[in-house]
Design a protein around this ligand. Structure first.
Ligand SMILES: Nc1ncnc2c1ncn2[C@@H]1O[C@H](COP(=O)(O)OP(=O)(O)OP(=O)(O)O)[C@@H](O)[C@H]1O
Ligand SMILES: Nc1ncnc2c1ncn2[C@@H]1O[C@H](COP(=O)(O)OP(=O)(O)OP(=O)(O)O)[C@@H](O)[C@H]1O
Ligand SMILES: [Mg+2]
Ligand SMILES: [Mg+2]
Lengths: 259, 259
């Protein structure tokens, strides 16, 4: 049975896309077959994986509106063992387009369960969420086994976390009782920065083992890689950024084994 | 007549809140009377100005739903010449709550024009927008004279700009023909970083004079200030962050004078 993990946090610019793309690449390098689902109208994950505007015929919007199945929508990337369903700005009207449907928060879940064919090819789905708690992110939460939350080591980042946890509790109570937190990963961490150390300490103090031991450092190679349409593992495999996402992948796999 | 400027960019984490709060503080220091309108359900601008949960009785949501006027909603901050209308997470249901109203994109504009009293006290309104192009940001665009766009000097940042400009054109054609671009301000700029230099060059090459000469450097004092509930001008007035927002305020005033 393939697992589904959403990479979500309504705070903007915390490293959701960077985490979805590079964690996927690190898991693919280990031989896991990964599907990245771009659920953000910005389409940054699609761009970061080299999917140009001409290759976005079948998108996540089509999957949500059931015009296209998961199997039909997924396309290969330049990375071995890695597929993507890309997104376009069509997604930004999802809240309005689907608002009359009673099943509007179940659209993604039913698309994933309706189609059998993709299940033979994929071990794990990683969903890149937009910076909001709107219908798209709710669809991701309802469709997922767990949530991976990138947390920037900045002051505003902690403020949004309690709201995110409230929403998870609501989804668990109403639509997806099995939804759990896969973990919280500290991103863009600069060890010399006092505030970053403080936020890291506060997060581990309040959230305990939920916080991954692996910390993603601020590393310019991570922000350069998307301009070359590839994950950092392909762009500069020996960089601190690449090594940290490999470590995160190993920790994720290790945690699953012991669960 | 007071002016209204929206600080907007659907890309997350580019410095919208940091720019709205610190530009407001720099203009207030020059004697201008500034109202910050927090239109983001995250409420980061409200937190960054020391408005705790107990002081959010009257919010931007109440203004949009016409329960409270601008004058009733605005409260003083710890900064002289600066007021705020704070936000709560209630705002995140705005798309759904107001979707049946024909005037749903005019709610903020009519609230601003309906009330006379605030106009005597305020010279400029700065609206902090959420990271999306949803109903809240559309309301801000319809209600504004101009748009100030923070642009992070990163690869993904340029990708979203064309979508933002498309939306501005749509709003200009349909609801607010006078909406113009106040300017684009480069944020979190690290001059040693090749990618940042490249993005800055590309932005000035394609957008010309729309890009402010003032560049906001990456400066840790800017990210520390909100944890002390104050703008950087009050937290560390001699820092590069504070100086750069003073320079931005001077450039903004200078541009207006020559227009
Ligand atoms: N560890 C890191 N070191 C350096 N730069 C990083 C790191 N992680 C992400 N970035 C850069 O920071 C910016 C924000 O990251 P990213 O776009 O992944 O965040 P996001 O949460 O997906 O944003 P949004 O909320 O807009 O979806 C990007 O330009 C990215 O390249
Ligand atoms: N010039 C800067 N130097 C250093 N840190 C900065 C700078 N500008 C902003 N920051 C920090 O970067 C983070 C993102 O900035 P901010 O929250 O203002 O962006 P935003 O666009 O408002 O985000 P959102 O899309 O979530 O509303 C914050 O933690 C902020 O303190
Ligand atoms: Mg993203
Ligand atoms: Mg903000």
């Amino acid at each position: 049975e393939p697992r589904v993990i959403s990479v979500a946090n309504q705070k903007g610019g915390v490293g959701k896309t960077t985490t979805a793309v590079n964690l996927a690449a690190a898991l693919a390098e280990q031989g896991y077959k990964i599907l990245v689902l771009d659920l953000d109208p910005q389409g940054n994950a699609s761009t970061g994986l080299g999917i140009g505007p001409d290759k976005r015929e079948k998108t996540t919007y089509d999957v949500l509106s059931r015009d296209v199945s998961i199997n039909e929508g997924m396309q290969p990337t330049n990375v071995k063992n890695m597929w993507i369903i890309p997104s376009t700005t069509d997604l930004s009207s999802a809240d309005i387009d689907f608002m009359d449907r009673k099943d509007r928060i179940f659209l993604l879940r039913s698309a994933l369960s309706f189609d059998e064919a993709w299940r033979e090819k994929i071990d794990l789905v990683l969903i890149d969420c937009p910076p909001s708690l709107n219908l798209l992110t709710l669809n991701a939460m309802v469709a997922s086994d767990s949530l991976l939350v990138p947390l920037q080591s900045e002051f505003f980042a902690l403020e949004g976390l309690s709201q995110l946890m409230l929403t998870v509790r609501e989804i668990r109570a109403s639509a997806n009782p099995d939804l759990r937190i896969e973990g919280i990963v500290m991103t863009m961490f600069d060890g010399r920065n006092r505030l970053a150390q403080q936020v890291d300490f506060d997060a581990r103090d309040t959230l305990g083992d939920l916080v991954f031991e692996t910390v993603i450092p601020r590393n310019v190679r991570l922000s350069e890689a998307p301009s070359f349409s590839m994950p950092v593992l392909q762009y500069d495999g020996q960089s601190r950024g690449a090594q940290s996402y490999r470590a995160l992948a190993a920790e994720l796999i290790g945690r699953r084994k012991t669960k």
